[in-house]
Design a binder for this molecule. Sequence first.
Ligand SMILES: C[S@@+](CC[C@H](N)C(=O)[O-])C[C@H]1O[C@@H](n2cnc3c(N)ncnc32)[C@H](O)[C@@H]1O
Length: 285
Amino acid sequence: MTTDQDRIHEDVRARYAGAALAVAAGTPDASAAFVDEEAERGLFGGGLYEAADREALPEAALLASLGCGNPLAVAELREGERVLDLGSGGGIDVLLSARRVGPTGRAYGLDMTDEMLALALKNAEEAGASNVEFLKGRIEEIPLPASTIDVVISNCVINLAADKPAVLREIARVLRPGGRMGVSDVVARDDLSPAERAERGSYAGCIAGALSFAEYEAGLRAVGMTGVSLEATHEVADGMYAAIVRATKPLDWVAPAVGGTTRAPEADAPPMGRALPVASTSCCG
Ligand SMILES: C[S@@+](CC[C@H](N)C(=O)[O-])C[C@H]1O[C@@H](n2cnc3c(N)ncnc32)[C@H](O)[C@@H]1O
C-alpha cells in the first residue's frame, strides 16, 4: 500500500534525481531544474557561500547546490569533529565540512536519491576529499548509531521530510550529549496555515512542507533539545523565510517517549561500521 509519506518521498526523490542528472549532463544551472520561477534563483544555491569556499569546490558541486542558506557559516566546525549533513545532495556542505574538520575528523552525507549520491561521490573524488562518507537512506531513519555525531548540519531539506517529528527525534538520537545542530531551512511565519504555505510553492520545491517558527521550536524541545533558536536570514516567498536553526543536545538528555515507550538511546541502529555506505574515501585534501 502506498502511503502519503511514500508519495512525498517519491515526488521529492524524482525532483532531485532530475536536478542531479541535469548537473551531470552539464546543464549550466541546476537551479533551472529546481526552482519554480526565475525570480527564485539567487535565493537558493551556491551564491550563498563565501567566495573562498566556492573557489575550493569542484564546479559540479557548486552547480548542484540547492540549499537556502549556508549551515557552515553557523556550525563553527572544529578539527577532529564528526559532522553529519542531512540531505547532502551534490555534497557541497560535506566537502566544505571535511576541509574544516581535517584528517582527524569525518564528514558524513546522507541522502535518499541515488543520482545525487552518484554526483556527490564524483565531486568528492574530484575534490580529493578522503575523510568523507556518503550514506543512502532517509533522514527519518538515520543509519548511524546513537550518540556518535558532534554536529548535525542540513541545508534546505528538513522541510522536505515526510515525517518531521521522526527527523527531529533522529537528530537528537545521533548527536552525542553536548553535540549541536546548525541547520538552514525554509520556515513559515506562524500565522500561515498549511494551505497558505502550499499556495506559495510546491512541496518538492521546499515551500509547502515548511514548519512554522513555533512548530520547529516546539518540535525540537519535544525531543529534548535545548538552546533552541531560529533566525530568519532572507524571505524566499511571501511570509516564508530561509532561517538558521540552532539547538544543543543536553548532557543529561533523556530519549523522548515514542508511542508511550521511552526509546533506548542506542535502539535500532547498526554500529557505525555497518551503516549503509554508498562509498567512502579515506584522507583529505
Ligand atoms: C533542496 S536539495 C538540498 C541538497 C543540499 N543540502 C544542498 O544544499 O545542495 C534536497 C536534497 O535532500 C534529499 N532529500 C529530501 N528528502 C529526503 C529524505 N526524507 N531523506 C533523505 N534525503 C532527502 C534530496 O534527495 C536532495 O538531494
